[in-house]
Every structure is written in C-alpha cells, then in structure tokens.
Design a protein around this ligand. Structure first.
Ligand code: ADP
Ligand code: MG
Ligand code: ZN
Length: 601
C-alpha cells in the first residue's frame, strides 16, 4: 500500500503538465458526449429505452401509437398506446424500418409516423460523432492511464457509497433465507462478539436464483439492517477490453471497501467474471485475471476487517469451483421463486402505495400466478395501475389486474393472426382442441378462459387455472401435459383435415418436455435414469451415437403417443369439440362458467 502511494506521488509530479493536457482533452470529450446525450434525450435511463426487436414486436402487437424520427438520426421516439412516457430506440436501418412501418400502416395498423427535419443539434452532434472514434480512443487511453497510477481517490464508485433504506420488511416471503442472513447482520453490527468467541466470520455469501427473485433486494436489506454502506458492482462491468483493467477495478473496489468497513460488497452477475476457466482465448485470460484478483482480495482481508462479500448469479453451474472454497464464497443460499404465501406477501407489499379497489382479492391473484417472480408480480401491479388509469377507473379493479396478468402470460404463445373465416375456424378448433382434451386429463388443471381474439402475436389462447405449487411433477402428469399441448394441432386435424403454423409454440414446448423426460428425468425404460443432457459442452459424453439415436426415438415415441391420444380423445368427444368451437366462432371468447355449462350440457 505505502509503496504504491510513493509511486503515485512521484508520477504525479512528473505528469502534472500531462495531466493538464489530459484534462483539457477530457473536457472536449465530455462536451461532445454531453451534446450527444442531450440529443439522445436521457436514453440512458433504462426504462425509457426500447430494444429494436421489442419495438418490432410491439408494432406487430398493435401497441404502438406514434413513432417520431429525425432525418439523419438512427434514433426514434416511440409512444405506446397504453403508456404516457415516450421511449427511444436505436434503429439499425432507418430506411428498412420506415418501409416496415408503412407496410403495417397499409395493413390497417394505426401508427403515426413523424419525420422531423435535421436540427442544429443533430448536425453538430453528427459531426462530433464522426470524430467520436478518435475521441473515444484518446479517452480510453487516459482512463487506462488513470486506473493504473495517476488515479485520484477513485471517484468511480462514489455513487454506491450511500446507505440504503431497504430493510428485511421490504423483502416479502423468503423467511428462512432471511433467518439465515440475520446472522450476517449481527456480525456486521458486532464483529467483536463473534471474534471473542473464536468464531470464524463468513466472508462471502453466494445468492443463487432466477432474475427478479429479489437477490439484489435482500443484499441491500442486509446492508440496511446492519446500517453499513452498500458497495455494489455488476460482473459485466468488470469485463474490459484492455487487459488488467478488470483486475484493477476489483482492486479499487476492495480498496474502497476497506476504507468504509464494516460494509457490504455486492457483486451482481458474478458468473460474468467467475465462470469456469476453460480456454485461453483473449477474453478468457482477461476474465481469469479479474477472477484471480477477486480471489486474492477475498483471501487477503482478515477477520479484523468486517467486509462481507455478497454475490448473485442465476447460473450457479457456470461458476469456477475456486470461488466456492472455504474462506471465499463458502455459504450459498438459494433464492427460490415465491410460493403461494410468498406471492401473496409480495403482492401486499407492492400494492401498499397503489389505489386498490376493495373488491380486489390478492389471494386469488396469488393463486393465479404460480411460477411468477417477485419482479414479475411487482410489474403486474404496475401494469394494472396503468390499465386502470387508461380505463379511467377510480381505483384499480379486479379486471385491470386480470388484464395485466394476461398481458404478461399470453404474450408468449405464437399462433398466427386471425384474418379470414377459414383461419378463424381453424383457430377455434385449435383452441377448442386444447380445452376439450385437457378437460379429460385428470392431472391437468381446469379451463379458465378460451378465446380466439388475437392477443399479442397469438391468434387465440386457452387459459387454465393455475396449479398449486409443486416440487415434483410425475411422469403421468408430464405425459398428459404433452397431450394437452398437442390437443390444438389434433383439433385442427380432426375437424378441418388440415394443420397450421398456429401449433408451432405448442410443438416447441412439447418437444422440450419430451426431451427432458428422456435425457434429464430418466423416464424411459430403455435408457433408464441417466443424465444424458449434460451441463457443459465440454463435459465428458456418457454415450455414443447409438444412444443419441435412441434418445431421438424415445422423444419421437412420446410425442407420437401424445398426439395419437389427443386425436382419440377428440374423436370420442367430437360433439364437445364442435360445440366449443362453434361457440367460439360465434362469441370469440368463453369464460369458465360458460365453458362448464357447454361442457356439462
Ligand atoms: P434479482 O436481483 O434477483 O434479479 P431484484 O432484487 O433486482 O431481483 O428484484 C427486482 C424487484 O422485484 C425488486 O426491486 C422488488 O421490487 C421486486 N421483488 C423481487 N422479489 C421481491 C420480494 N421477495 N419481496 C418484495 N419485492 C420483491
Ligand atoms: Mg439483481
Ligand atoms: Zn396452441
């Protein structure tokens, strides 16, 4: 440390003039960046940008109201039908994009396309943009320089120093996980107590879990409860194009942590730096340096320094084993997707500041959202608030929330759009096929709604009542799930003697399930309980081509069988299939009660 400081001082004097010049250049670069940013209209705020591919999707969903572009700029401002705020998107090819929008408009899609002439700012910034590569190079060299010696007291991380107001009470569900983490809070508050007892203090805790399950939230809550600073960085930020920069960032991060101790260091997406060391390609070596530095730092601080490193990942199998050794991340906590009670708690927390109508029943929403993460639930309530505003409701009503749930769940099915009568009939028999088949399958949940009104890219959909939370799924259940999925295709085939692309998503899901049954869950007699899926490409293969052929055969057998079963069921209950399909063609939508009425005669 002290040796390093000496070096700093010497270099500082020698480089004072250089520093001045560098600062001047930096100023110019900053000026350019500011103008560019002005022009970009705060596009750095995450929620205001929209990925190009998402924009295309939204256009095809019919969600886009207005698109504003400027000649000579690749940026477009997008206004959605259901949102107040405009979003911005970078267009990879403006001409192709304009053509696409015009085609959609010709098809009857109502989109206002506005093209503004080029303004002064745009002209100025486009000149600057042409100089940008050079400027960026210069800036990068300066940054590299600063990082490796000249750097003043690392202003880089200042924004993360604030103490957080998040508490355990803000984290819903996860009671057992919180209980385990209370210990960390105690330790941060009174380290002496533990040390006196001779207890080894944990250094690192890894949080495993899907995105949106609340890993960042719980890490913040620990810092909040212990009233210590929360220093955070994301693994992807460490990946740099110059060798050594990632490592030097890690060093800086921990230098700062030592100054602020007791504190929490949070490394999000740790898999970005901590993935298994496998090859020697450029990026890999750079990662190794960063990872090695992290290991050095974690091994380096002793129990006198009260620093707890929390890290989060959703890909635990990718992590380098060195990270998991004692004295590093030797504690691992899995953050699960919330169960029924957890979902209810989360909904309660996130509806606190929302105006919910008295009739809204959070329990039933929790029941309908098995498998949703906390982030998705929070998002649903927010969508519901937007929908309620749009519909000019006094408060958020049940129907607003139901609409929000559907918006999130049904957006995924990819049936083609209904246009002609023939297509409408095809869709009706497809959806009726799903609904009727699953009604005769004991393990499948009851039908909640069937519709042939296009929603998103889906021409129609069948909604089922949500399953209670389960840890295991039986083979019978999986086989019946396959039958339900292929019921759509079977309905088309039986009633119309034709099949359509509308079943593509069903087929995709069914194939994935069948593959898992064979290779992951060992559910076939001929192959037995062997994990044939493997986790890594370079893992030793436990089988040869013959087995691979066998896997193919078994997957095919499962799918064939399910498809046959579905057709059989529909032939047996052809009257029900026709009744449901015809009602759909007439009414376009059938709810649970109506469905049961038709079904029970
Ligand atoms: P992760 O880091 O696991 O991807 P986050 O902690 O960033 O997830 O969660 C995103 C948001 O979702 C949180 O800010 C919070 O609003 C909501 N959320 C997720 N899990 C919970 C939970 N258990 N309780 C309350 N809110 C949650
Ligand atoms: Mg996170
Ligand atoms: Zn389908």
């Amino acid at each position: 440390m002290s040796k390093n400081n000496d070096n700093h001082n010497k270099e500082k004097k020698k480089n004072q003039t250089t520093l001045l010049i560098i600062l001047l250049i930096l100023l110019i670069v900053l000026l350019g960046a500011t103008i560019a940013l002005l022009n970009k209209n705060n596009s750095d705020e995450e929620n205001k940008t929209l990925a190009y591919t998402d924009l295309i999707k939204e256009i095809s969903y019919g969600n886009v109201e207005k698109i504003e572009m400027t000649v000579g700029s690749t940026k477009a401002k997008v206004k959605m039908k259901n949102e107040e705020e405009e979003k911005s998107t970078i267009l990879p090819n403006t001409e192709a994009f304009i053509e696409l929008v015009q085609t959609r408009v010709a098809e009857g899609n109502e989109i206002e396309l506005k093209q503004n002439p080029r303004g002064f700012l745009e002209t100025a910034s486009s000149t600057l943009f042409s100089l940008l590569p050079t400027l960026i190079m210069v800036a990068l060299f300066i940054m590299l320089f600063k990082m490796q010696g000249l750097g003043e007291k690392g202003k880089v991380y200042d924004d993360t120093e604030r103490k957080t107001k998040t508490r355990f009470d803000d984290v819903a569900g996860l009671d057992e996980e919180k209980e385990e983490l209370v210990e960390i809070v105690d330790f941060l508050k009174k380290p002496e107590k533990f040390v006196k007892m001779g207890a080894k203090i944990p250094k690192g805790v890894l949080l495993y879990g899907k995105p949106g399950t609340g890993k960042t939230l719980i890490a913040k809550a620990i810092a909040g409860e212990a009233d210590v600073p929360f220093i955070s960085m994301s693994g992807s930020e460490f990946i740099e194009m110059f060798a050594g920069l990632g490592a030097s960032r890690v060093r800086k991060l921990f230098e700062k942590a030592r100054k602020l101790a007791p504190c929490i260091v949070f490394i999000d997406e740790i898999d970005a730096i901590g993935s298994r060391r496998t090859s020697n390609s450029g990026a890999e070596t750079e990662n190794n340096q960063t990872l090695n530095q992290l290991l050095v730092e974690m091994d380096g601080f002793g129990s006198e320094e009260t620093i707890i490193v929390l890290a989060a990942t959703n890909r635990p199998e990718m992590l380098d084993k060195a990270l998991l050794r004692p004295g590093r991340f030797d504690r691992q906590i899995t953050i699960p997707t919330p169960d029924l009670t957890g979902r209810l708690e989360i909904l309660k927390i996130h509806s606190k500041e929302k105006r919910l109508s008295d009739e809204v029943n959070l329990e039933s929403i929790a029941e309908d959202t098995a498998g949703f993460t906390g982030a998705e639930l929070a998002n649903i309530l927010n969508e519901a608030a937007i929908i309620a505003t749009k519909r000019e409701h006094e408060d958020i009503e049940n129907e607003d929330i139901e609409e929000a749930v559907k918006k999130v769940t049904v957006g995924i099915e990819k049936h083609s759009r209904v246009i002609s009568d023939h297509d409408k009939k095809l869709t009706a028999y497809h959806e009726a096929g799903h609904a009727v088949v699953s009604q005769y399958l004991p393990t499948q949940t009851p039908v909640k709604e069937v519709s042939i009104i296009p929603r998103g890219v889906a021409g129609g959909y069948t909604l089922y009542k949500s399953n209670e939370d389960k840890y295991y799924i039986s083979k019978t259940e999986m086989k019946e799930k396959l039958i339900a999925l292929l019921g759509g295709r079977a309905g088309e085939k039986i009633a119309m003697d034709d099949i359509s692309t509308g079943a593509s998503n069903d087929i995709e899901v069914a194939t994935e399930i069948a593959k898992d049954m064979v290779t992951k869950y060992g559910m076939t007699d001929s192959l037995g309980p062997i994990d044939l899926k493997g986790k890594q490409e370079y893992e030793i293969r436990l089988f040869g081509d013959k087995i691979e052929d066998k896997v193919g055969e078994e997957v095919r057998r499962l799918i064939d069988e399910a498809y046959k079963n579905a057709q059989e069921l529909l032939r047996q209950h052809r009257d029900k299939l026709d009744q449901i399909a015809l009602t759909l063609i007439e009414k376009e939508k059938i709810n649970e009660t109506e469905f049961n009425q038709i079904f029970n005669g």
